[in-house]
Design a protein around this ligand. Structure first.
Ligand code: 5HY
Length: 247
């Protein structure tokens, strides 16, 4: 099977880290195609960045599905464009936040999340309610670092993430800790070993959920919530994206 993993920001070094994790956890026989759009924000920090990452994400998602992908992973912890991708695709679409929360809910009584900037905290809190995990979520913490600090060797980002992971376990009573940014994907294994608590990376979790759904032959239901967009004209610069009549 082939799984398409899209980093919706345009930072290639983060895409490389995401690709490395996805390949390392993929089952034999699973092909991983990991990429990022050419156009869009270099990092997604808040709602405005999130809005402008979605057009590029959708273009790559449609291309990937047309090239035979069996599932799509959106590798950004805001799960941007998740529902839009589910509308335009039939293959399963998994967001790394939803996947990480689902995995954490199966291995501990409560989980915390450690993300980057404070502005990401309410976004992730809202996702816990959206996905129905608010009862298990003990808290969302910020390491107070910009997303791209995780791309700098001496950025100090990893040390700040580690500090908050330990605090989540000791102060929140978290029995699992989610890494709330795809750029943290390379930190999970060492933090799990050090703390003895599952530190869950959404990229890895989403790839395995994608394999499971694709392996089951489960596709997105195209009635009601994720029905294909109705054919209509789009004006101006977005004319290319106008939904066509599929009937
Ligand atoms: C992410 N931003 O996973 C999110 C997380 C965040 O560019 N990739 C990003 O920190 O908001």
């Amino acid at each position: 099977m082939k799984i398409l993993v899209i980093n919706p920001n345009t930072t290639a070094s983060m895409t490389d880290k995401i690709r490395e994790t996805a390949i390392s956890v993929a089952a034999p026989g699973t092909e991983i195609v990991a990429l990022n759009p050419a156009d869009g924000p270099v990092s997604i920090e808040g709602h405005y960045d999130e809005a402008y990452c979605v057009p590029g994400l959708l273009m790559e998602a449609k291309k990937g599905a047309a090239s035979g992908a069996d599932a799509l992973v959106i590798a950004c912890f805001d799960d941007p464009g998740l529902e839009a991708c589910r509308e335009v695709l039939e293959i399963p679409v998994i967001g790394i936040c939803e996947a990480a929360m689902a995995a954490a809910s199966m291995v501990g009584h409560g989980f915390s999340v450690v993300t980057t900037l404070p502005r990401a905290v309410p976004i992730i809190e809202a996702l816990s309610f959206k996905y129905g995990f608010e009862r298990q979520c003990r808290g969302v913490r910020s390491a107070a670092i910009p997303v791209l600090a995780l791309e700098q060797e001496d950025g100090g980002g990893a040390a700040k993430v580690r500090q908050e992971v330990i605090a989540a376990i000791e102060e929140d009573g978290a029995e699992a800790v989610l890494l709330g940014c795809a750029g943290m994907t390379d930190l999970a294994d060492a933090l799990t070993r050090e703390t003895g608590v599952p530190v869950i990376d959404g990229v890895a979790a989403a790839v395995k959920f994608a394999e499971a759904l694709a392996g089951l032959g489960v596709k997105t239901c195209k009635r009601r919530a994720y029905e294909a967009p109705r054919a209509k004209k789009y004006s101006g610069a977005f004319a290319f994206a106008a939904p066509e009549d599929k009937s």
